[in-house]
Design a protein around this ligand. Sequence first.
Ligand code: GDP
Length: 530
Amino acid sequence: MSNRPDLPPEIARRRTFAIISHPDAGKTTLTEKFLLFGGAIQMAGQVRAKGEARRTRSDFMQMEKDRGISVSASAMSFDYRNFRFNLVDTPGHSDFSEDTYRTLTAVDAAIMVIDGAKGVESQTQKLFEVCRLRDLPILTFCNKMDRESRDVFEIIDEIQENLAIDVTPASWPIGIGRDFVGCYDLLRDRLELMDRADRNKVAESIEINGLDDPKLAEHVPAHLLDKLREEVEMARELLPPLDAKAFLEGTMTPIWFGSAINSFGVKELMDGIGNFGPEPQPTSAEPRQIAPEEKKVSGFVFKVQANMDPKHRDRVAFVRMSSGHFERGMKLTHVRTKKPMAISNPVLFLASDRELAEEAWAGDIIGIPNHGQLRIGDTLTEGEALKVTGIPSFAPELLQGVRAGDPMKAKHLEKALFQFAEEGAAKVFKPAFGSGYVVGVVGALQFEVLASRIELEYGLPVRFDASQFTSARWVHGGKDAVEKFAAANKQHIATDHDGDTVYLTRLQWDIDRVERDYPDVTLSATKEMM
Ligand code: GDP
């Protein structure tokens, strides 16, 4: 079953993936059904919260709140058949999110969920482009087939056209909307019939001996059957068959049709991830790549989350294991600081609960509670000086000033802001002159998210307002050169949360001037995560 029979079985059975979609396509519902079929929850809940508020942090956390299901934010692990699935959450809000991009560095594949009536929407397209940068294999789930949706060929065409990827049908829907009765499983020649009466029931499968099997007529109304035969014949003529290699290289996506809310098509999709993979992939690093089967343990931090429990002010670094077999209590080297770290209380986010991780294998995601030593992009190894690469850092494109509503709370505000800077949620600059802070983000919605989190997690109402600056540049160079430059340009100088020097301006002309007048320093729009 594995594409890599040489991998240790514990690694070969792991599947680490994310779900990408446009808001409302059905990501949360699908996740819930995964957990249901993974045996992690008994019954999927029905309670729903509406609106954007619930998308500000993590849909998983919100699920926890809405439905009383104990799932933990950001990553969840569950078993399905003989596989171990690690599902990593991508934040649901519709703005550009750095977090999402980094999350996608921690997975080996993505499921793209689209709404059958809407097709490829803007956020799907953006996230797809990120997956493409990493050649991630993509499985497509076309959801809400129980509602009026577009013609199947039209949907497939749109994906092929807009995303420039080959699409191969793994299943074919029978009827649409009110007439939707189920799918023909093209990979296994089976009929899957949807049960409209019980939303949590797994579809009934009926083995079928090809489309000419007379058994079909016993289950599918005649007019739908004719259409099915006709469409499948056309599909087989016009569309490529599943090519495992093209899928793994990210140039072909198999598509399943279903209805998450009716638990329909979900198992077939899960079987697809299990059967076609991919297994944990190598991690790119300097000076050499890390292979999952290496005996020595290594991993990297792709996300830091503070205040997961507001009562405890804990901070959890999410680590994707790149290689080896980790056991609780191991001492790993924190490569950036060259210091040993005993990992004594790692958390594995089993969907049923947040549990101590006694062990983890390449492909798994563990949470390491810490006091700020672990940052995004950090690598942990058993001693070798490897640095994982490819974790993107973004240039802040929008700057705003921020003040605490209560001036007495300025210190608290600083703490909150620096915390978010460490999480990678924003860039924070403290200007050398004046009071207040300048916050840099990539998408405008991030300001709102920050304001609501500062208020929620620190009890601090804050105000964002226009800043006199529009661009931020990190100043690099020898210590003396940087200090001399800073002293001569004080009005423009700020420090970030690491104490590094930043040049703030509103004019490209200023930046050009610095480059001309100060050959000893260089300005850069991003600060490498290191
Ligand atoms: P998300 O924003 O992508 O996480 O989407 P949700 O899972 O929250 O779903 C958005 C809405 O679509 C909710 O009202 C769901 O109940 C509904 N929904 C999800 N799956 C289906 C489906 O298969 N059929 C129908 N008719 N509605 C669905």
